[in-house]
Design a protein around this ligand. Sequence first.
Ligand SMILES: Nc1nc2c(ncn2[C@@H]2O[C@H](COP(=O)(O)OP(=O)(O)OP(=O)(O)O)[C@@H](O)[C@H]2O)c(=O)[nH]1
Ligand SMILES: [K+]
Ligand SMILES: [Mg+2]
Length: 363
Amino acid sequence: MGILEKISEIEREISRTQKNKATEYHLGLLKAKLAKYRSQLLEPSKKSEKGEGFDVLKSGDARVALIGFPSVGKSTLLSTLTKTESEAASYEFTTLTCIPGVIDYNGANIQLLDLPGIIEGAAQGKGRGRQVIAVARTADLVLMMLDATKKDVHRDLLEKELESVGIRLNKKKPNIYFKIKKGGGLSFNSTCPLTRIDEKLVQLILHEYKIFNAEVLFREDCTADELIDVICANRVYLPCLYVYNKIDQISIEEVDRIARTPNSVVVSCNMKLNLDYLLSILWEYLSLIRVYTKKPGQPPDFSDGLILRKGVTVEHVCHAIHRTLAAQFKYALVWGTSTKYSPQRVGANHTMQDEDVIQVVKK
Ligand SMILES: Nc1nc2c(ncn2[C@@H]2O[C@H](COP(=O)(O)OP(=O)(O)OP(=O)(O)O)[C@@H](O)[C@H]2O)c(=O)[nH]1
Ligand SMILES: [K+]
Ligand SMILES: [Mg+2]
């Protein structure tokens, strides 16, 4: 039996099995088996399957992958937001490979990747599905484009496809400490009450992966699926923005309804509606910030900000300015929203915020 058949057999069995206390272990095991077969599917296969033109070099400050069904307007968006032209047409599968463009926003270069449309079954190799998904894994953000005139099932279908290959959208990594050991059996602990899994199920799942010696510490009330994610270790956790295109074709009430759903932005690429807002949300979801540098006695250099990620410290900023600067660091003066006073004298551990100005004082 091929892997695909094994997968669909387990999926059938899971859907046949009623979910209750008595079947909990059985279901947990089935899910572990399913995850195992799916990761086998992900392993690189024959060269011929790789697909021409999909290994685009990463460049710029962040990478965004455009994922969506055919003809939702992905290429139209790329051609509108970047200087690159990607052919757009009314027929499906116009785009056959990966087309990179660059969005210039707030002084940052954001690489936007136009990709072929994907359909149900993409993860198992339908169309260019596997290549598209492989590119999505390398992105800092998934921009899932949807046709506002079509039903919401599209969104669920695409999410399932990405989910099945280990891409987790808008989810945090489960807070489980997991370490395989050479001996000593299973040491299982938790720092909070567990309501969705117990030691026996943890053991069963680990045995399915032929793991008999390990340290497992649950730091939150996780599920069996989340434990499997941690064991597999090849999951990627990506922010995802749902962009509903073609709002020129639907009623204002419908636009209003969609715009209120979480992580969603409504646009019309053809009519250039709401694209500025889309860019500002993109910036936020990518956690990008600008930091301006200043030399003593001179005004800040607002023409050339450093593009960094939320959460960076003064030490990171020093590294970004010059690789030897951190070693010579004495203190810094910071102007902006991250400090109480402007300027304020801060140490290397101080966390920077968007549009802060910094002057580094050397030893
Ligand atoms: N009404 C309307 N049509 C749009 C809009 N944006 C794109 N389209 C049309 O939708 C069709 C498909 O656009 P594409 O950009 O080729 O879509 P795609 O997602 O790249 O399609 P594939 O590459 O085939 O997957 C074209 O006929 C576009 O003119 C929009 O905002 N409103
Ligand atoms: K198209
Ligand atoms: Mg296209």
